[in-house]
Design a protein around this ligand. Structure first.
Ligand code: FAD
Length: 77
């Protein structure tokens, strides 16, 4: 993109989605990715902190994200 260097700040849903298609390096402040979209296990139960993270493993969501981000990046060029 015009000889400029790009990188992504934050490995939340937005940063991970952008990085998935662009390949730009992602910088994350915390010790794990996901941002507010996260969950944790306690006493056999899974607690969602933000959005339901279960849908993230669905292949169709990843394909949809990749296609959407490609379209957005092509519009920005
Ligand atoms: C309870 C709840 C339910 C939701 N349900 C839905 C839903 O059903 N459908 C839907 O589409 N959305 C839903 N959302 C919204 C969705 O989860 C968020 O919009 C989305 O996850 C935000 O992602 P993000 O990457 O933009 O931001 P964040 O998840 O906030 O990620 C930002 C990341 O950047 C990092 N960061 C910040 N500053 C720096 C820095 N200076 N250097 C390095 N890293 C930095 C943070 O540590 C963080 O990891 C829900 C949200 C909540 C709270």
């Amino acid at each position: 993109m015009g000889g400029k260097h790009f990188f992504i700040i934050g490995a939340g849903f937005t940063g991970l989605g952008a990085g998935l298609t662009s390949g730009f390096k992602i910088f994350e402040a915390s010790d794990k990715p996901g941002g507010i979209c996260a969950s944790y296990q306690k006493e056999g139960f899974r607690f969602e902190i933000g959005a339901d993270t279960g849908f993230l493993v669905e292949k169709n969501i990843v394909i949809y994200l990749r296609t959407s981000i490609k379209l957005i990046l092509s519009l920005l060029q």
